[in-house]
Ligand binder design. Structure first.
Ligand SMILES: NC(=O)c1ccc[n+]([C@@H]2O[C@H](COP(=O)([O-])OP(=O)(O)OC[C@H]3O[C@@H](n4cnc5c(N)ncnc54)[C@H](OP(=O)(O)O)[C@@H]3O)[C@@H](O)[C@H]2O)c1
Length: 221
């Protein structure tokens, strides 16, 4: 299976690409510029030699032709990017990782996008695709360091059963991650907004907190 990451040249895309590739997944990093995509893929391979990573770069348009597509441009470009590639994304599972956040002094605040969440906005822009929301609470810097210990839950929301199970499988393949079924896309608003609290905590305590839930064993959903 090939996974494409649109806007994959940013911190989240680079980190997720490294972790997915380390899990044996073939990854295509997408960009608006071919050279940036190729350079980013090359930098990952150079940083982690001898691990057999399969990472290449391509324009976002070609990246959208992969089997499952992660949408990772800045949050305010998520819906426009989806709309632009709608034709190529038909019939595919599209994973929205975007959080609509704004910094206010020493805090991050969550904005409320139209339809309540960015993931719902992306689903509306892609009526012929199956959108899942996931990965919002993962810290890009920890993802990018393959030697760093990663231990986190990934809350996955989707209306479509196939999108949910494919997305859960994608994140579960990464060592240290546990994917949990967090319900339909209606829950994505709360999942996205909570990221503001996590980032605020990390700013205050200079930490790398992510999410790990207790009291749920992750089976029998
Ligand atoms: N950073 C994190 O720790 C983290 C964690 C969880 C989720 N997220 C979410 O993941 C997404 C990516 O985060 P990031 O920090 O990696 O973002 P970013 O660096 O701001 O942007 C990622 C890439 O998007 C492309 N891009 C920039 N402006 C664009 C535009 N107007 N239209 C289309 N593409 C554009 C750029 O690539 P090219 O110039 O190469 O096209 C850029 O390298 C965000 O939606 C964020 O909310 C981030």
């Amino acid at each position: 299976m090939r996974v494409g990451i649109l806007g994959g040249t940013g911190p989240l895309g680079r980190g997720l690409a490294a972790r997915l590739a380390a899990a044996g997944t073939e990854v295509v990093i997408g960009s608006r510029q071919d050279e940036r995509a190729t350079a980013t893929a090359g930098a990952i391979l150079e940083a982690w030699p001898g691990r057999g990573l399969r990472v290449t770069g391509a324009l976002n348009e070609e990246t959208a032709d992969t089997d499952i597509v992660v949408l990772a441009p800045p949050w305010d470009a998520a819906v426009p990017t989806a709309r632009q590639l709608e034709g190529r994304l038909r019939g595919k599972v599209v994973v929205s990782v975007a959080n609509a956040l704004v910094r206010q002094g020493r805090e991050m605040h969550a904005l409320v996008p139209p339809r309540g969440s960015l993931a719902s906005g992306v689903q509306a822009a892609l009526p012929a695709s199956a959108v899942a929301a996931a990965g919002h609470h993962l810290p890009a810097d920890t993802l990018a360091d393959l030697d760093a210990r990663l231990e986190a839950d990934v809350l996955v929301c989707a209306d479509d059963a196939e999108a949910k199970s494919a997305t859960m499988a994608l994140f579960t393949a990464i060592e240290g991650l546990r994917a949990l079924d967090a319900g339909s896309l209606a829950s994505a608003s709360a999942v996205e907004a909570f990221t503001a609290v996590l980032v605020t905590l990390n700013m205050r305590y200079k930490g790398h907190a992510t999410l790990r839930l207790r009291g749920v064993d992750g089976t029998g959903a």
